[in-house]
Structures are given as C-alpha cells and as structure tokens.
Design a protein around this ligand. Structure first.
Ligand SMILES: [Zn+2]
Length: 205
C-alpha cells in the first residue's frame, strides 16, 4: 500500500524470527570465504545480532517513544535540537550512511521532552532508508505528534555506498531538508533556523 503524501508510513513487517545466521554463512561461502576458519566461525551469529540492532527501528513505534512526554507550554519561540548524530543503512546497497540531523519546531501550546527528538531520529534511522525519506519521516512525525506551527529538519550525511564503491567520492556529503508549516511558508522562520544551526561555536564556551 502506498503511503499518502504527508503521512508517515509506520512499517511493522511480519518478522520471521527464524535465525538469519545460516544465510550469513551461505553469504560468506558465496563471496569466496571459508566460514569454518577461526575468525569466521561465530561471524554469522555476530552479523545477525548487528543487523537486528541496526534494523530495530521496525520494532519501535512513535507512541511508545513519546509516552506522554508532551507538555502544555506557552512558549512560541523556536526550539532547535541540533547535531543529532545518526547511523542508518541505505536500502539500495545495505551499506551504512551516517551524519547529523538538526530538528526544529515552532510550538503551538505544547512542547515535547527534548530527549524524545533524538529517539525519534533513531527509530527511523534504524530501518533500511534513503536519506530523503528519513528526513521527511522525522519532520512528519514531529508535525503529527505536536501539531506545531511548523517543523524544519536538515540532514547532512555521508554514504558508504558512495565512499567505498563506484564513484568513490570520499569527501562528498549529501544534504536534505524537510520544511513544514511556517518553515515552508515564512522565509524569516527558515532563515532563523538556518542561522541557528550554522552557528558552529558552542554558545557556552
Ligand atoms: Zn546506497
């Protein structure tokens, strides 16, 4: 089923909890390795564990993360959580991409516990992704949960599938953004966000 535009697709695939380690062993064979040599004996189990962690976002939902941490607040100044580190997996090559995300919103009557925002980022990052969708899913989720005046998300990432193979542009980064509500409509709001996240110096030093 194709998700409607503007809605977040919450994926809960039927999990086949059967071990995937035998597939890893098969994979080692097919790339020309000897899965019985010492260093590889436990690799299938380790790789399964790693893969399950890296895709654990499928088992998480927004409601359990937010868990009531919404507070009525007469704040109408922009809230920005910047430099949220994330690690994700590109769905085209099953290779990592990683970087930072800056998330901002303009509250309307309520705010969210600040620690919840990085957890929302992690939930979507720990799934097979493309950077554009990851950026939009974070923005749409904050928008749906908080119904603020607007949401802005900027994502800067580097992709192993570009760095290690093919084009081998090791220093190229990709920037994506999602602007909703006031962030889309008002240039001043967007500019304020951009100037807050581009300020590289720590304000307390
Ligand atoms: Zn890729």
């Amino acid at each position: 089923m194709k998700p409607k535009r503007g809605s977040v697709q919450v994926i809960t695939p039927q999990r086949d909890q059967e071990s995937i380690a035998p597939l890893m062993q098969e994979l080692l064979l097919k790339i020309g390795e000897d899965p019985s040599r010492e260093g590889l004996v436990r690799t299938p189990e380790r790789a399964e564990k790693a893969l399950r962690f890296l895709t654990s976002g499928y088992q998480t939902d927004v409601e359990s993360i937010v868990n009531g941490a919404l507070f009525a607040e007469k704040c109408d100044e922009m809230v920005v959580v910047k430099d949220i580190e994330f690690y994700s997996m590109c769905e085209h090559h099953l290779l990592p991409f990683f970087g930072t995300m800056h998330v901002a919103y303009l509250p309307k009557d309520k705010v969210i516990g600040l620690s919840k925002i990085p957890r929302i980022v992690d939930m979507f990052a720990r799934r097979l992704q493309v950077q554009e969708r990851l950026t939009h899913e974070v923005a749409e989720t904050i928008n749906r949960v908080l119904q603020p005046k607007g949401v802005g998300v900027i994502c800067e990432a580097r992709h192993f599938c570009m760095m290690m193979r093919g084009v081998e542009k090791q220093h190229s980064g990709t920037i994506t953004s999602a602007m909703l509500g006031a962030f889309r409509k008002r240039k001043e709001t967007r500019d304020e966000f951009l100037s807050l996240v581009s300020r590289r110096n720590h304000p307390f030093t």
